[in-house]
Unconditional design. Sequence first.
Length: 187
Amino acid sequence: MIRTPRALFALAGLVAVLALPASAGAQATRTLTINLAAAAARDDPRGGVNGTATLTDMGNGTTQVVLRVANPTSDNMPAHFHTGRCPDVGAVIYPLNNLQGGTSTSMINTTIADLLAGRGAPDGMFAINLHRSVQEAAQYVSCGNVVAGAARLPATGSHGVPLPPGFAGAGALFAGAAAFALRRRLA
């Protein structure tokens, strides 16, 4: 009656294969891209700039923010996370490195999940705002709301079906038990 250990072994293999995407997805980096739309004061004929903000969850409660614009308004454009929504943003909550030549990379001490949930903002909302230059910091030239589904990229290895933690361990335990039973049966 070797059928029972073989069935256990086959079931253990199936559980282990199903658990692989869960363990890969748990370790994958989450990325969110926010579109930054041109914004400028009504009386400013120079207009604004379009661009992107790519947020990458780096783990340990930190997020990398990479800003890119094609036609910067100056060689030194201030950028910040503000509370509120475009175009009526509130106070600066997370300062970012100024854009130099149209790009900037910053690290902030929060997660993408907290940004999306609005944690830490009095109104529960965040927006990224770019300013014309250091000299004209009062002039907003680009703005993007931090919202779920803005341009979310799937996590590597994720198939959209979350599996419970420990599922991979259960598969390994099942495989070990099946191998032990099979070995005892054949001995």
